[in-house]
Design a protein around this ligand. Structure first.
Ligand SMILES: [Zn+2]
Ligand SMILES: [Zn+2]
Length: 750
């Protein structure tokens, strides 16, 4: 039966649900509401089968393809106003489309867990006030014999506003017992109010800075003020700026001044940093300089901390968001500037699980959609970025090394086959360390492998400690007495005897722990510190280590890639790269770029003032063209050559790439699935499929991995192809019980 008045209630709400399903679901508006009365971007509780879940209203429609009998109403609308505004929703939709990922999952990933679970969006705080009967009772002297209750009631009665629990705890410690009694009598009452004033907001994640007001800014160099001026002049519209400058050239100062100007105009600012670059030091620097609340978002936050930071951004209370990858989805009303520091860093790309987005690329999309300038900062911009710069899509700004570091460090290759090598350290490196330490310099020793040694070997029978879940060797971690797999995380006790023949085993090769041990023997008097993921797993530890290096307390720093992430060590005069050869012969077309970036970033830590920095790179292949181009032309020289090579081979940025990865428990299952997926693709057209091939490490974490590359000269055909093909692949994967993931613009195709 259809009623004539149905016009009012006709139409449906489209709800995105956190599930691997491509399309939003249609629901009726809750009883008594028209769909138009439910704002887009609010959360709703909806029935799904026999259970209930929380989804988000992403659209409305006049009609549904679902029969009206099967349509169910929304059970509850959770928010009065949108949690996600139109601009952010546009970014999330773009993300879902571009990465071919379900919108519901993309939205869920952009929200703190507590909000996904239905927590109220507005922060509620506990407040208390006296009732009129309570005030009467107080005046009648009813509480003369209960001084604590009297004090509490008097305090509440005198106040013109409700007092928070925190206020009361400060004024009347132990007040809660009295409150219980008074509440029971109806003389006072508890309220829950929206936290709208900054003073009452929760502290976690966005506590006020300890600095008193904004610290004064240092004078800018000519290049810095030119950069600030140009970026600032582009405010109010989209522009992509590439701010290229060596470590210590003052990029952060440019970000700070641009942020200050944006704030002064009433705008808000989003600053993205690599996971490892977000140190308490950096946060402190922003807080000290920008006299506003700053919300910090990173992966190590507690659920409560993340929610508090998100709310602070959402309400506009925190006008600066400083965060890692996922902060690109932070809610920021009146966004006026986006900064992506160390834009080449691979941690901006979501590597595993979920939607494999690039926060760097999405920052640019967000800037374009919102008409906001985006600053990409790096000493070693990604080749894609340099290509866009050359093509005129981005605008370039360069910060030269500052006057006090006018001389670029001297780079030299050390041929490992031509010199004596003691546990990974060649004689020229050891001699240079002696020289620099004697001249009061600090030394940075870089080795891109943590642990003690990458291999545990029995010399009697040739047994090598294997990971039982991967095609990999176990790494020796002597400090923790463990063998660990760096690919799947498996760990077992370190053994002294061969598991096959019982002979003594020995660690082979070098890791940071062992280099540290060797250097302690070679330089017994020198203070030494190690920086890797084992020694600095928490931001506080990282900060403490950096502090020891910056203060000069540590003279030798041994570290992995972590030393390259945004830290500047002005006292370091010598950098030794112990093994440059990983990456020279990789199957991944990006390996060379990553190696060049690492070497240049590590080298960038060296030298200042009159002490010209020295960088020694140990290699078995001193004639390798990559190392030669770096040595002779610096990063620019390398990049120019690498781009020519990419163009010749049609790799990105000259072609478009996606990869379909699959894994199964059975060997051969993933390859068979991908071969079948390939069969589903139409023959011919502008898209080429390459593979499938087994992954470079075929067996990992007890699963067999394989991949199929999808390549096209242009973005359009690639995405049209994937849009048609992926739903069929999904059906196939369900039938074959295969885990698979599509990665658009992959940065790692090993
Ligand atoms: Zn053995
Ligand atoms: Zn493993």
């Amino acid at each position: 039966m259809t009623l004539a008045t149905d016009d009012f209630a006709s139409g449906v709400l489209r709800i995105a649900i956190d599930a691997p399903l491509r399309h939003p679901f249609d629901y009726l508006a809750p009883a008594g509401l028209s769909p138009a009365a439910v704002p887009l971007g609010v959360r709703v509780r909806v029935p799904v089968g026999r259970r209930e879940t929380i989804g988000m209203v992403v659209d409305r429609a006049d009609q549904s393809e679902v029969s009206s009998a099967a349509l169910k109403p929304v059970r509850e609308v959770l928010d009065a106003t949108p949690l996600i505004d139109g601009a952010l929703m546009q970014l999330l939709r773009w993300t879902a489309d571009y990465y071919h990922h379900p919108l519901g999952e993309v939205i869920a990933a952009a929200l703190p867990r507590a909000l996904r679970d239905g927590a109220p969006c507005a922060a509620r705080i506990e407040c208390w006030r006296a009732t009129t009967t309570g005030i009467d009772a107080l005046e009648a002297g009813a509480l003369r014999r209960a001084p604590r209750q009297q004090a509490l009631l008097a305090r509440l009665a005198q106040s013109t506003r409700a007092l928070t629990g925190a206020d009361l705890s400060k004024a009347l410690p132990g007040w809660r017992d009295a409150a219980r009694v008074l509440t029971g009598r109806g003389w006072i009452e508890r309220l829950e109010l929206d936290a709208s004033s900054p003073a009452s907001s929760p502290a976690a994640g966005h506590e006020a800075g300890t600095a008193t007001g904004a610290a004064t800014s240092p004078p800018l160099s000519a290049a810095q003020s030119a950069a600030v001026g140009q970026i600032d002049a582009s405010a109010g519209g989209y522009a992509a700026w590439v701010l290229q400058g060596a470590t210590g050239s003052g990029k952060t100062e440019v970000y700070l001044q641009c942020a200050a100007r944006t704030l002064a105009r009433g705008g808000s600012v989003l600053v993205l940093v690599p996971e490892i670059g977000l140190t308490p030091q950096l946060v402190q620097r922003f807080r000290a300089r920008l006299d506003v609340d700053i919300a910090v978002l990173h992966s190590a936050l507690s659920d409560a901390g993340r929610l508090a930071a998100w709310r602070a951004a959402h309400t506009g209370q925190a006008r600066v968001v400083l965060g890692t990858r996922s902060a690109v989805f932070a809610p920021l009303p009146r966004l006026g500037l986006i900064v992506v520091d160390e834009e080449h860093d691979s941690s901006y790309k979501q590597h595993d699980g979920g939607c494999r987005y690039s926060a760097r690329d999405l920052a640019l999309v967000r800037g374009q959609q919102g008409g906001v300038p985006v600053v990409l900062g790096s000493a070693t911009p990604a080749l894609e970025t340099l290509h866009n710069l050359k093509a005129g899509r981005y605008r370039g700004l360069t910060l030269p090394r500052r006057d006090d570091q006018a001389l670029a460090p001297r780079l030299a290759l050390i041929d490992l086959s031509a010199h004596a090598v003691h546990r990974g350290l060649s004689t020229p490196v050891i001699d240079a360390m002696r020289r620099h330490l004697a001249a009061s310099g600090q030394v940075l020793v870089f080795i891109n492998r943590r642990g003690y040694a990458p291999t545990l070997l029995c010399t009697a029978c040739g047994w090598i400690a294997p990971c039982h879940a991967c095609d990999a060797r176990m790494t020796v971690h002597r400090a923790s007495g463990q063998l660990r797999c760096h690919h799947c995380g498996a760990a077992e006790a370190l053994v002294e005897r061969c598991l096959r023949c019982g002979c003594q085993v020995k660690p082979v090769g070098q890791g940071t722990e062992r280099v540290e041990e060797t250097l302690r023997e070679l330089f017994p008097g020198e203070a030494l510190i190690r920086l890797d993921r084992d020694s600095a797993s928490r931001p506080e530890q990282l900060d403490a280590i950096l502090e020891r290096v910056l203060s000069g307390a540590a003279r030798i720093l041994v570290g992995t890639q972590m030393v390259t992430k945004g830290h500047h060590f002005p006292g370091v005069t010598l950098v030794a790269v112990l093994n440059a050869d990983q990456g020279l012969f990789s199957t991944d077309f990006r390996a060379a770029e990553r190696l060049a970036q690492t070497i240049v970033q590590v080298a960038g830590r060296a030298g200042r003032e009159r002490n010209r920095g020295e960088v020694l790179i140990q290699t078995q292949y001193p004639q390798h063209p990559l190392l030669r181009s770096l040595l002779e032309g610096g990063y620019e020289g390398f990049a120019a050559e690498a781009l020519v090579e990419r163009e010749a081979t049609r790799w990105p940025p000259f072609g478009r790439l996606a990869v379909l990865r699959a894994s199964t428990r059975s060997s051969g299952g993933a390859l068979a699935f991908l071969a079948a997926a390939r069969q589903l693709a139409p023959v011919g057209g502008a898209v080429r499929l390459l593979g499938p091939v087994a992954a470079a490490m075929a067996r990992r974490a007890e699963r067999y991995h394989a991949q199929l590359l999808i390549e096209s000269a242009d973005r359009g055909p690639l995405h049209r192809f994937i849009g048609d093909w992926l739903p069929q692949v999904e059906t196939l994967a369900r039938a074959q019980r295969v885990r698979y993931a599509l990665d658009v613009d992959p940065i790692d195709i090993q």
